[in-house]
Design a protein around this ligand. Structure first.
Ligand code: PLP
Length: 389
C-alpha cells in the first residue's frame, strides 16, 4: 500500500509577493536583459535607503560580496583574517580565495555570535606576536545581530576594519540601527533560502562610495576606461542581472512583512514548546530586533530523552525538513589545523550549540496548519522518547 505523503514543509523556501513579475516585465519590454540596467540601479538605491547607508553594489551572490570586501581591504596571500566560527562556510571561503589565513573566533551564549572575550584574546596574542589581522568578519547568525558595541570597540582599538556578514540578518536591528551597517562593509545574500530572495544574488553596502565604485569596477572584469578592452587588474564577473534585481526590488517592498511573519512563527513555536523543560530558544539580545530568519533552539537530551538528530529524523518521516545548527568552521575538515579561540578557557560555545542545536521550518509562507504539523510531531516525539526512558 502506498501511504500518501503530506506536502513537504521546507526549512526556508522562497516566498514571492506576486509583484516581481511587474519588474521582470519592465526589463523585458525595454530589453534590459543584460546584467546591469534600471532594476539594478533601483535595487541598490532602495536597499541602501532601507538599511540607511550611503550606497550598495548589487552582486551575483553574498559570497562575491564578501570576496570583494576582502579585496577592498587589501587582504592578500598570507594575511590573517579573524572570522566567526559558527556560520556557513561561505563566510570564510573568500579568505581562502585570497590565499589568506582564517582564524576562527567562538560564539558567546547571549547572541550565539562572535564572543568579545575570545576576540580580545585573539588580538592580544596577535599583538604579542607582532602582527594584526587585516579584517574581522562578524556574522549575524540566523538573524540575530552580534554584540556590535563590544566587538567594534575591540576592533577600533586595534584599528582593524570589520566586515559584517549580514546574509541572514537583513531587516534585523541593533539598538535601532539596521543590521549590516556597522562595519566598514556589510554583506547581504538573496539566495533562495534567505528572508528575501532573487533566486541567487548578494549586496555589498558601505558608507564609502569610492570603495563601492571600486567594487563595481572589480565586479565587471576590471575594465579600464578605454574604447578597446584594456585591463590592468584582475577582475571578476560578479554583477547581478537586471532581471534578478527586479525580483529583488519587489521582494524588498515586502521585507518588513516577511520579518513580521517569521517572528510570528517563532512566537507560535515558543508558545507551543514554552512549557517543555529541556528546549531553549535562541535568545534575542536586549536592544536588538531578531528577524527570526530561522527558529532555532537547543535540545537537552538528558531532560527530553531525544537528540536533535532524532528529532530531525522524526520530522523527516512526516516530510518535514529540519536541520542541525551550522557545524562550526573550526570543526570542518576543510579547515583542519586552523587556529581557533574559544569563548572561555576549556569552553567552546559553538561546539555546544552544534551538538544541541536544532533549526525548525520557518518560511514566511508557512500556513498555521503546517506550523501545527511541526509542533505536533515534535511534541509526539519528545513524549514517546521521554516515556521510553
Ligand atoms: C547564505 C550565506 C552566505 C552566502 O551567501 P550566498 O548568496 O549564498 O553566496 C554567507 N554567509 C552566511 C552567514 C550565509 O548564511
Amino acid at each position: 500500500m502506498i501511504v500518501p505523503q503530506l506536502p513537504r514543509i521546507f526549512l526556508s523556501p522562497p516566498h514571492m509577493s506576486g509583484r516581481e513579475q511587474n519588474y521582470i516585465n519592465a526589463a523585458f519590454e525595454t530589453n534590459w536583459i543584460a546584467p546591469l540596467g534600471p532594476n539594478v540601479d533601483g535595487f541598490e538605491k532602495e536597499l541602501a535607503a532601507y538599511v540607511g547607508v550611503k550606497g550598495a553594489a548589487a552582486l551575483s551572490s553574498g559570497t562575491a560580496a564578501i570576496h570583494l570586501a576582502l579585496q577592498l581591504l587589501d587582504v592578500q596571500a598570507r594575511d590573517r583574517v579573524f572570522c566567526s566560527t559558527l556560520t556557513f562556510v561561505a563566510s570564510a571561503n573568500p579568505i581562502v580565495y585570497e590565499g589568506a589565513e582564517p582564524i576562527f573566533i567562538d560564539s558567546e551564549p547571549k547572541t550565539w555570535n562572535m564572543s568579545p572575550d575570545a576576540l580580545e584574546r585573539a588580538f592580544i596574542d596577535a599583538e604579542q606576536e607582532g602582527w594584526l589581522p587585516k579584517a574581522v568578519i562578524v556574522v549575524n547568525l540566523y538573524g540575530q545581530s552580534a554584540k556590535m558595541d563590544e566587538l567594534l570597540a575591540i576592533c577600533d582599538r586595534y584599528g582593524v576594519p570589520v566586515i559584517e556578514d549580514a546574509a541572514e540578518s537583513l531587516g534585523a536591528e541593533y539598538k535601532g540601527k539596521k543590521s549590516g551597517t556597522f562595519g566598514k562593509f556589510g554583506v547581504f545574500s538573496f539566495n533562495g533560502n534567505k528572508i528575501i530572495t532573487t533566486s541567487g544574488g548578494g549586496m555589498l553596502v558601505s558608507n564609502d562610495k569610492e570603495a563601492l565604485h571600486k567594487a563595481r569596477f572589480l565586479a565587471t572584469q576590471a575594465r579600464d576606461p578605454a574604447p578597446h578592452y584594456q585591463h590592468s587588474e584582475v577582475g571578476y564577473n560578479y554583477r547581478m542581472s537586471n532581471i534578478l534585481a527586479g525580483v529583488g526590488r519587489a521582494q524588498l517592498e515586502v521585507l518588513d512583512e516577511r520579518v513580521a511573519a517569521r517572528r510570528a512563527i517563532f512566537k507560535h513555536y515558543m508558545e507551543a514548546f514554552g512549557e517543555i523543560d529541556g528546549f531553549e530558544f535562541m535568545p534575542e539580545l536586549k536592544g536588538t530586533l531578531h528577524n527570526r530568519w530561522l527558529t532555532t533552539l537547543t535540545v537537552d537530551r538528558e531532560k527530553l530523552g531525544v537528540s536533535p538528530i532524532e528529532l530531525i529524523e522524526a520530522l523527516a518521516e512526516e516530510n518535514i525538513e529540519a536541520r542541525p545548527v551550522w557545524k562550526p568552521l573550526h570543526l570542518q575538515p576543510l579547515f583542519e589545523g586552523t587556529a581557533y579561540y574559544s569563548h572561555g578557557e576549556g569552553r567552546s560555545v559553538s561546539d555546544e550549540l552544534f551538538k544541541n542545536g536544532l533549526c525548525l521550518p520557518s518560511g514566511s509562507n508557512m500556513t498555521e496548519e503546517q506550523q501545527q504539523r511541526v509542533i505536533d510531531k515534535v511534541k509526539e516525539t519528545v513524549k514517546v522518547k521521554a516515556g521510553s526512558l
